[in-house]
Design a protein around this ligand. Structure first.
Ligand SMILES: [Zn+2]
Ligand SMILES: [Zn+2]
Length: 295
């Protein structure tokens, strides 16, 4: 089959890869009909998410059709259209049963403390071959795979693989109450879904901050009040638009690529004074990434 394969930092090729096979009783083989590129993939390509094994197939967002099932997948059948969630979880450990699927104790072969298992990531996340391929093996398919109704297109369903849940979770963590005024920083795909989720969760006003015109247009189409941080001071704009009070809730959907000086006092929990450190890109030490899920 054809797949997008990681050969090394800056060296990504569409090439032939071995067809996946059922390895465990709860595996599925899914024929991909849609796959997406995430900002997380760029970290592998650039080397800012280290530890990629050459030969790993990239991609963690997919929609497809079930081709083959292991004998312990009892809720699906060949031919079902499914969304493949980006993270992998067993569904039976205590964390999964409590709903913390990204903290699953069993899915990551590196052990229970290894962090989130996901498709197409570095060795510390599995590694599992990813979804930018004609076919993929999906472990714990009885738990992970979500059936797609006929009236939902591949292009709609693919959003549910990673980007909608990421934005929704951001709004959920913000604990939005009915009538709240919410600021969303960053209006890329995750930010757009954070905006939609904020309204869905009861926000009365959303102040959307970005500087790219097309993103701000889309945010305004959703009903947000837009702020271009290059055209004006965003803090002053937020204060002016909120009667000098500020917002009730804030969601950072801008990822971690930052160019401003990071200022933090020496009493943060690391005990390290980084008040003068200039961060110009994401952390490259592996430990910083271990607990991160895609999105
Ligand atoms: Zn689990
Ligand atoms: Zn993603």
């Amino acid at each position: 089959m054809k797949a997008v394969v990681f050969y090394g930092v800056g060296d990504i090729r569409i090439t032939d890869a071995p067809d996946p096979k059922i390895l465990q009783r709860n595996d599925a083989i899914v024929r991909l009909t849609a796959s997406a590129i995430c900002g997380t993939d760029l970290h592998m390509v650039r080397g800012t998410m280290p530890g990629m094994e050459p030969g790993t197939i990239l991609g963690h967002e997919g929609v497809g059709v079930v081709e083959e099932l292991g004998p312990d997948v009892r809720n699906l059948k060949a031919g079902d259209r499914v969304v493949i969630p980006s993270t992998i979880a067993c569904g039976t450990c205590s964390y999964c049963r409590a709903g913390y699927f990204a903290q699953c104790d069993q899915a990551n072969p590196n052990g229970p403390r290894a962090g989130t298992a996901f498709f197409g990531g570095p060795k510390t996340t599995g590694p599992f071959n990813g979804l930018q391929a004609e076919r993929a093996r999906v472990p714990y398919a009885n738990v992970g795979l979500i059936k797609v109704p006929d009236e939902v297109s591949d292009e709609q369903a693919i959003m549910l693989s990673d980007i909608v849940p990421t934005g929704y979770f951001g709004a959920d963590l913000a604990d939005i109450k009915h009538g709240d005024t919410v600021a969303v920083f960053g209006c890329g795909p995750v930010g757009q879904f954070a905006i939609a989720s904020a309204f869905l969760q009861g926000a009365a006003r959303v102040l959307a901050v970005d500087t790219i015109a097309s993103r701000l247009d889309m945010a305004r189409t959703q009903g947000s009040e837009i702020i271009d941080f290059q055209a004006e001071n965003p803090v002053q704009a937020i204060l002016r638009l909120t009667g000098g009070i500020g917002v009730d809730r804030a969601i950072d959907a801008g990822r971690c690529r930052c160019h401003a000086t990071t200022r933090r006092s020496s009493d943060d929990k690391t005990g390290v004074d980084i008040s003068t450190r200039n961060r110009t890109d994401c952390p490259t030490d592996e430990s910083s990434w271990r607990q991160l899920a895609p999105g």
